[in-house]
Design a protein around this ligand. Structure first.
Ligand SMILES: Nc1ncnc2c1ncn2[C@@H]1O[C@H](COP(=O)(O)OP(=O)(O)OP(=O)(O)O)[C@@H](O)[C@H]1O
Length: 292
């Protein structure tokens, strides 16, 4: 488990993180979301003992990072600044990191395989693409077989196949009882990966909930096409719905598909399409972080 308790970091006049309190639980993938400059990296760096909190606490399994007995074996981290030795091969990089973490070198090759880099193990990391570097960072984080994973913007640079791979990896990790905290500035990017969300804006946590709860607040919209859109529009409005159009179909919120079908039937307008649109999570997120 990861806990931030009234965690605060100030730089001069700037409150980069302001009394942030949240939890990332075992068995769950928690998304840590905020726009650029909202305080995500600063929070993660405090959790990982890389910078000192001005006040409050950052706890990993009820201890501060620096009090953990074998931090590299308990917590795996993928941080933004990336890898330091572009001249090293992927395999050499992991071997060096294994040495630092006091992990058996025999883990290196299976891990390269697990992150899909076996074919590039002997290439210099400086020649890796951004997505390949992200995969190598994930392998480095997994070296000590840690229970806790902290990943800062790991989906950056990954192609759709890479995102699918990351999703499965994090899912497997959480299903095995691990705790995963993963940051991003795009909710849409994380929506497929996470169970819970913590949203930060201007250094403050503005929402902590499950993704399902957040989606429920987004309000499901229906897409409706019929022979007489004008007539349908008025009929839906009369029933209390909110109606807009994208020029092709009506977008209706506040009614169930059953209501829409019945109303169209009574208005004697044949329907050509009636589908339910996924809630617009990005909009929910932007509404929460705007004006802060
Ligand atoms: N070392 C520092 N000195 C002064 N200000 C800092 C320092 N580090 C961060 N800040 C400020 O703290 C705020 C939060 O920055 P932080 O990097 O944590 O945001 P972020 O959410 O990770 O952003 P991004 O998505 O762009 O990485 C910003 O206003 C930033 O300018």
């Amino acid at each position: 488990m990861i806990q931030a308790l009234a965690l605060t970091k100030t730089y001069g006049q700037v409150r980069a993180v302001n009394e942030a309190t949240f939890t990332a639980s075992p068995g769950r993938v928690t998304g840590f979301l905020g726009l650029n400059g909202s305080g995500k990296t600063t929070t993660l760096r405090m959790l990982l003992g890389l910078i000192r909190a001005t006040s409050g606490q950052a706890l990993i399994k009820n201890r501060r990072y620096r009090d953990l007995k074998h931090p590299l074996r308990q917590v795996g981290a993928v941080l933004e600044q990336g890898l330091s030795h572009p001249g090293q091969t992927g395999r050499a990089h992991l071997a060096t990191q294994a040495l630092l973490a006091r992990v058996d070198r025999s883990r290196v090759d299976p891990l390269l395989d697990r992150v899909g880099l076996a074919h590039a193990a002997d290439r210099r990391t400086g020649d890796y693409s951004l997505g390949m570097r992200q995969r190598l960072s994930v392998a480095t984080a997994l070296l000590g077989d840690p229970e806790i994973l902290v990943l800062d913007e790991p989906a950056n640079g990954l192609d759709p196949e890479g995102v699918a791979w990351l999703r499965q990896l994090l899912r497997d990790h959480a299903d095995a009882g691990g705790t995963v905290l993963i940051s991003s500035h795009l909710l849409a990017e994380l929506a497929q990966l996470i169970d819970d969300v913590v949203i930060i804006a201007g250094g403050r946590v503005v929402r902590e909930s499950s993704l399902a709860e957040l989606s429920a607040g987004g309000g499901r919209r229906l897409r409706v096409r019929g022979r007489d859109p004008r007539r349908l529009w008025y009929a839906f409005q009369d029933a209390g719905a909110d109606v807009t159009t994208d020029g092709h179909a009506l977008e209706v919120s506040g009614l169930s598909p059953e209501d829409v079908g019945e109303i169209a039937f009574h208005a004697r307008v044949p329907l050509y399409e009636l589908s339910s649109e996924a809630p617009n999570l990005e909009k929910v997120f932007l509404d929460l972080v705007s004006d802060r």
